[in-house]
Structure formats: structure tokens, C-alpha cells
Design a protein around this ligand. Sequence first.
Ligand code: FE
Ligand code: CA
Length: 528
Amino acid sequence: MNNRFSSMSRHSQLDRRRFLMAAASVAGLPLVGVTACGTGEPQFSTNPFTLGVASGDPTPDGIVFWTRLATDPLNGGGLPPDQSYEVSWRVASDSNMLQEVQKGTATATPELGHSVHVEVEGLEPGRHYWYEFRAGSEESPRGRTRTADAANAPLDRLRMGFATCQHYEAGYFTAYRHMVAEDLDIVFHLGDYIYEGGPAKESAGRPRLHNSPEIMTLADYRNRYALYKLDPDLQAAHAAFPWSVTWDDHELDNNYASDIPEEKGPMEREAFLARRAAAYQAYYEMMPLRRSSMPEGADMRLYRRLSYGNLAQFDVLDTRQYRTDQPCGDGNKPLCDEAFNPEATMLGAEQERWLFDGLRKSQARWKVLPQQVMMAPLDRALGPEKIYSMDKWAAYPAGLNRFLSFLKEGSIDNTVVLTGDIHNHWVCNLSSDLNDPDAAPVATEFVTTSISSGGDGSDLREGVEQMMSENPFVQFFNNQRGYVSCTITPENFQADYKVMDFVEKPGGSISTRASFAVENGKAGAVKA
Ligand code: FE
Ligand code: CA
């Protein structure tokens, strides 16, 4: 049994209240609505739109537009901590912004780090829009976005990209520069948007360095996000497409699980939850998220559903906030008894119910699950020994079996899992029976490599062929950096695996290393 988790359940109500109150008194936590603004036109020492613009979580008639005012982004933002600013925004249907369709004002408050989240409604489905912000006499860069297609309407094609793991010190985000040249309707980010550690001890040869020791406080997290968001390629990709984001571990702490930090002991649970509240708040502030994702103390609802006509439903998952602790003391090892705890969960009971319910009722051709850690039960040891990563679904067999049996028994077809975290490209077939790798697949897993984490990498790795023969569900492996872009039609879900020749220096080029596709009604990937 996992005692830490059971004790959390018992006290969660109380703790939630306490942390709400603590957060509210410390940070004056985010109230929707707004405080009064100063009067008169604000003056800025320099253009405050240093972190660019973004849009996200499209519906058929709406979208979130995001920006943040920061004249000194790496040092707390540079704006007075007691002053709010009026920010005007406008949306147009053409790239020159002559055909204005909506405009308004929002308030950037110090409580939310002078970020702005505008939820616009009343747009037309399935079309591009352009948007920009203005504060005082300063203008933001212009962004382009696209609404989702009308609910259940016939849709014959969707272009989607997904990416993950962008360690600032490991390389440049050049892959995003190439992504911008593609024609994508939406981008999913599967986590490790930032990394929380201090600068590398051996900094020689590192292309870039982190700007502080390991981040702990709200101010630390804000400065770290600013460091990443100053990257011009990342900004360009946000300005080019709507994104739908979810986090993994490094947005808070490596391999944390719910309220349990990576390193047990040095940080008490209360202190860790205060850190989690800071990390979650900074995440909300920096991402184009809806008010429904506004954090409450150390809790934040990030799992949610997006739909594109009758073609694709995206259930964006959170496998960090509600999971039971990694079994068997984490790390890579054989499954010990603790791993077989039937109560063990990746999603938590509520999210799991929400997911199963949504999959059962879905009318969409493709059911797509953007999520974090690998589902396919990858044995990492060559030879007879079986070694699994305790951080991935393989170490939560009860939860994984519930999901796979649900797909099989409910005859849920055309399920495609999108995964990040592991810093390599993979294509895996998900069998209905974990003990029988030859059982027919019930779903397909496309795993994207990292944007930069791990550095340049290499096409293959020693032992790959043996690894693939011992894990016959693996269809493809590559260890370069990049992302995956997908073309979804009613007949076909195709994934193009993009790889960078290098990322440790600027200017790398990209190519498609391999393409795999799932055919309508036939789980499992084939080479396209
Ligand atoms: Fe990562
Ligand atoms: Ca991770």
C-alpha cells in the first residue's frame, strides 16, 4: 500500500483550504475580475511585450489570447508590484489586421505577474485570426491563430504538431523555427516546458545556462519561464499557432508524484505543496490557459477536452498531479510487489472517470490523448532481466490495465496516445494484454523526442536492435531531437517524425526521419 497517498486523500480537503488561504495571503491570489487601474496612459521604460504573445485551447467559436507585461523579464518583470495596467487587444480576420472583428481591454495585475488571458467568444469555426495587444503607446508582436472546427461537423483534414522537453542548457529550440514553416492547425506541448535545476556544474561546452539555482519560489519560477520565453524560436511558434499545453514533472520538480517531491526527506510535505502552488501559478501565468485552469492554492485543473469537428477529440491528460507515488523507490528496476497495488493510479479516480466517460461518448473518428510518460511497457534491460522505469505507465500496471481493458471491452477504436518525457522518438503498438506482446493492439502510441533535452543525440543507440526484438511492440526508435507533425483524415492518422541534425549550435536543419500511420479501424502503426 502506498501510505503517503492514502494520508493525502484523508486530509486533502483541509489542506486545500489551508493552502488556498496561505496562497491568498501571500500572493493575493488571482481573483478573476480585476482591481482598479491607475488613470492616465501608462509609460514604460521599454516595450513591455518582451515575452511575445500566444493563443490556446481553441473551441469552434473562441480562443484564449495571452501576453505578459515585463520590461525586465529576468528580474521579476520590472513593473511596480502594486500597479495594474490596462491592456487593449484586438482580433482581425486578415493578416494586416484591417478587418477587425473584436476588440476590448483586459487588466494585467501584479497578482498574476502582469499576465493577460483574454477569452474571446463569438468567432467563426475553423478559420484563422490575427491578434495583437497594446499597453500605453507600446504594441505587442502580432500573432496568428485558428479556431476549432464546428462541433461534429464533417472535417476531412487536420494538421497537428506535438513537442516536449526543451532543456535550455542542452540546446537551441531551432526545431520550433522549422515548425513555424509548417501549416499546422494546433500544437500540443506535452510538458517539460522548463527545467527547474540550477546551472550545470560543468558549464563548459553548454550552449546556454540557467539563470539561478534550483527554483523554489513564485519569483524564481517566473524568472525561469521568462528565460525560456525570451527564446525567439519558441516565441515564433507560439505566435504562429494556437497551443494546448500540459505539464510533466520539470515544471515543478523532477519525478514528483502528487504531493511527494523527488527527494524525500529534505522537503516536508507542507513546504512542497507551497512550492507546488508557486510552480502551478507561474505555469498558469505563462500559458494561454482558460480561467477553468486557474490554480487554487496547490491545485490546478489542467486535464481538459478539445474537439475538431467529427474528426478528432483531444483529451489532454495530467499524469503528475493525481498519481500515486512511483513504486519500489523510483528509478529503473524490476517491478516489486508495490507496483501491483490495485489502487495505484496515474490519473487519479476522478480524471480516469472523466476520460473513460469522454471516450465512451465520443462521436469523433480519432480519440487522441496528449499526455506525458510512455504507456508501452518497455523493458529497458537487454537479456532475460526485465527492468522498467518506475516513473512510467509500466510501473502502474493496474492503471494501465484498466485503460487498455476499457478500450478493448468498450470497443473504443481509433485511440491514439501522444507521449513526451523520454527524449527519444518511438512508435509503439499498445496491446490489450500486458503479458502477451503479440496480442492484437487496441491503440497506438506516438512518442515524440525532445526539442533540445539530451543535446544533439544520434540516429540509433547501442543495443537498439536487441531492445526492439525484446519489445516487439516497438515499431520505431530514433535518438535525435525534434518533434512530430501529424496529418489526420477520416481514413488515416499519419505521424511524421522530424529530426534535427544538431541543436547544440544555432542553425540546425530538420528532416523527416520516418512516417508512420494508423488506418481507420485498425489499431497499430504501419510504416507510411
Ligand atoms: Fe524532459
Ligand atoms: Ca519528464
